[in-house]
Design a protein around this ligand. Structure first.
Ligand code: NDP
Length: 283
């Protein structure tokens, strides 16, 4: 059996087209959705992510601001800039690219962003709202995964879901969203015993670990839907996911590739959240 590919590029193009139409309608009323991105330091991967986010905004007819700071910047400077952006009515979304340098208290930085502009959905108030089943902003990566499951018509009610990874940005919010759709959710992590025992039970398997090709075909239930969130590089420098695509696609029913899977959807849902924030200013 060869799995059906859930194509993140194709779905992204479709959703971004819809967002561009909504952004144009808003612009006609004098509101151009605007995302402000703050980057601290010189991490090359972060710089690429920020560049992609800014470019995606512009392509969708949204405005973006980019502030780049030296790695040794005084955190007070960044806090002051966040306060300025919070108060600026022409800015609808604010995102601080993680990870921040060690001398920053990352949690305090995320809490400084106004919850109404927290398009990443990482502010404690927004995390709480998601937990209560009443989200203001859904974190972009899990949001993108939900869209992919929906577009692929994957049945959720009562499905056995196993998520590998328990981070605040992927694993935990992913679990909340799937639980809200009446899935039975298991979260695995580095201390889980017998990972394959869990993954083999999954109708839907979400890998969000950051270890190249660690989920192999023999760890997958035949016919399962496999969502690969991981972004890793092989020793040869090629991008790859947490799932060993070659063996997994022979067992899974549907699978997301890397690249071209969850990655583009993450940026798309960031645009969706920014647009949503801008639309709310009208209500
Ligand atoms: P974190 O490093 O924050 O979390 C990784 C998780 O994996 C932790 O919960 C850790 O467990 C768990 N883990 C580590 N080793 C094992 C193991 N051997 N068995 C089971 N679980 C293990 O990563 P993120 O959640 O931020 O990101 C995960 C991956 O997703 C990365 O590759 C990242 O680049 C990618 N990513 C991709 C995005 C996209 O747009 N496609 C967006 C965000 C992230 P423990 O908690 O016990 O340490």
């Amino acid at each position: 059996m060869t799995a059906r590919i859930i194509d993140g590029n194709a779905l992204s193009a479709e959703v971004r087209g819809q967002l561009a139409t909504r952004a144009a309608a808003l612009a006609a009323k004098g509101i151009t959705p605007c995302l402000a991105v703050i980057l601290v330091g010189e991490d090359p991967a972060s710089a690429v992510y920020v560049r992609n986010k800014v470019a995606a905004c512009e392509k969708a007819g949204m405005r973006s601001l980019r502030d780049v700071y030296a790695p040794d910047v005084d955190p007070a400077v960044v806090f002051a800039r966040i306060a300025e952006l919070n108060a600026d009515p022409t800015v609808h979304g604010i995102l601080v690219q993680l990870p921040l340098p060690r001398h920053f208290d990352s949690e305090a930085v995320l809490e400084a962003i106004s919850p109404e502009k927290d398009v990443d959905g990482f502010h404690a108030e927004n995390v709480g709202a998601l937990m209560q089943g009443n989200p203001r902003f859904i974190p972009c990566t899990p949001y993108g995964v939900m869209k992919m499951l929906e577009s692929a018509n994957v049945p959720l009610k009562g499905a056995e879901v196993v998520i590998v990874g328990r981070s605040n940005i992927v694993g935990k919010p992913m679990a909340m969203l799937l639980l809200a759709q009446s899935c039975t959710v298991t979260i695995c992590h580095s201390q889980s015993k017998d990972l394959a025992f869990h993954t083999r039970r999954a109708d839907i398997l979400v890998a969000a670990v950051g270890r190249a090709k660690m989920i192999t075909g023999d760890m997958i239930k035949p016919g399962a839907t496999v969502i690969d969130v991981g972004i890793n590089r092989t020793p040869e420098g090629k991008l790859c996911g947490d799932v060993d695509f070659e063996t997994a696609k022979e067992v899974a029913g549907a699978i997301t590739p890397v690249p071209g899977g969850v990655g583009p959807m993450t940026i798309t849902m960031l645009l969706a959240n920014t647009l949503e924030a801008a639309e709310r200013t009208q209500k």
